[in-house]
Write a protein that binds this ligand. Structure first.
Ligand SMILES: [Zn+2]
Length: 325
């Protein structure tokens, strides 16, 4: 008899293990490997009309990237005008309804509904103020002073943060990565990887609590530091430019999953950081779509909803975008 009860107990335990396993498998019903097909907001694009740093690379394949061997290289069109044309074609193909473009005035003239005009800080504060008055400044970004070896805490940046705070426009701040691997030994001698840590932004945020700040490239690879910053400062958002196409896919997914698992899925925005290689836009979109840990709702948040909220788009505009196919 005792033996019988033991058998029953073992059977019950085994059954309950199977049920638990079945329940656990069912616990992720939303995971969706399908591609998102709704509207997209790209929070990081460049609209160069001239840029000596990129002129020599026009008309060529992207230089080889360590860790990305075996992939078809992205190719740069032969002129900045052709880059613009092909980028606009990508916007159409992927239903990109808004693009934060820096510099963006020239592109905005062609597509005022689509282009959000960004500007870096290589321009005096008073001139930026005048541009804002003229409707030619919507986002202070890409702010990337670490190419000159300048930290976010440098006193020279204070007037720019104050301006964005006063005008109530978002700041797009570049931390890391920047340029190709080993850039400090080549075109970017002043950059230092150690300058890319997100927690440097704390006092800047505390001094201007309503400032809308998003971190470009999601500050890769400083995931732990970024989680601390996002936990402590719930107003901080990130975008995925460059890391969505310039990292091995697995590393990008690991990084994105780290942010999702930490509960920050409502503060991650899509960005490509398209410079002169328009096909990076499609590559970056695919990288998010193939993240097999994302639900379709999370993809929709990353591609559109989070940025629409961050940019405070009107309900009518959101409705109009969502009606576009
Ligand atoms: Zn950029």
């Amino acid at each position: 008899m005792k033996y019988f009860f033991t058998l029953v107990a073992i059977a019950a335990l085994f059954t309950s293990c199977i049920q638990t396993e079945a329940k656990e498998q069912k616990a992720d019903p939303g995971i969706d490997t399908a591609n998102y097909s709704g509207p997209i907001i790209d929070m990081h694009i460049h609209g160069f009309t001239d840029n000596p740093g990129f002129s020599d690379l026009l008309g060529q394949d992207m230089p080889p990237r360590p860790g990305m061997e075996g992939l078809t290289p992205h190719s740069a069109p032969a002129s900045f005008e052709a880059v613009k044309k092909e980028t606009f074609a990508q916007f159409k193909k992927h239903n990109i309804v808004k693009a934060m473009t820096s510099p963006g005035v020239d592109w905005h003239n062609e597509a005022p509904d689509k282009i959000i005009i960004g500007s870096g800080i290589g321009i005096p504060v008073e001139e930026l103020r005048v541009r804002h008055q003229r409707g030619q400044l919507h986002v202070l970004g890409e702010v990337a002073p670490n190419y000159q070896g300048i930290l976010p805490t440098d006193a020279r940046l204070e007037p720019y943060f104050d301006l964005a705070y006063e005008l109530d426009i978002p700041v797009g701040y570049h931390l890391f990565p920047g340029g190709p691997q080993g850039g400090a030994y080549g075109p970017y001698p002043m950059t230092r990887a150690s300058q890319g840590k997100p927690l440097q932004l704390e006092e800047i945020l505390l001094k201007r609590p309503s400032m809308k700040l998003y971190i470009m490239h999601a500050a890769w690879p400083y995931l732990e530091d970024l989680k601390a910053l996002m936990y402590a400062h719930p107003q901080v958002y990130v975008e995925l430019g460059v890391i969505c196409w310039n990292l091995p896919r697995k590393e990008f997914h690991n990084y994105l999953k780290g942010l999702i698992d930490a509960g920050f899925g409502k503060r991650i925005m899509y960005g490509s950081d398209q410079m002169i290689w328009p096909s990076t836009i499609a590559d970056g979109i695919e990288a998010v779509n193939t993240a097999d840990f994302l639900t379709m709702e999370q993809k929709e948040d990353i591609f559109y909803n989070n940025a629409a909220g961050f940019l405070e788009l009107s309900e009518e505009e959101i409705k109009a975008h969502k009606a576009l196919k």
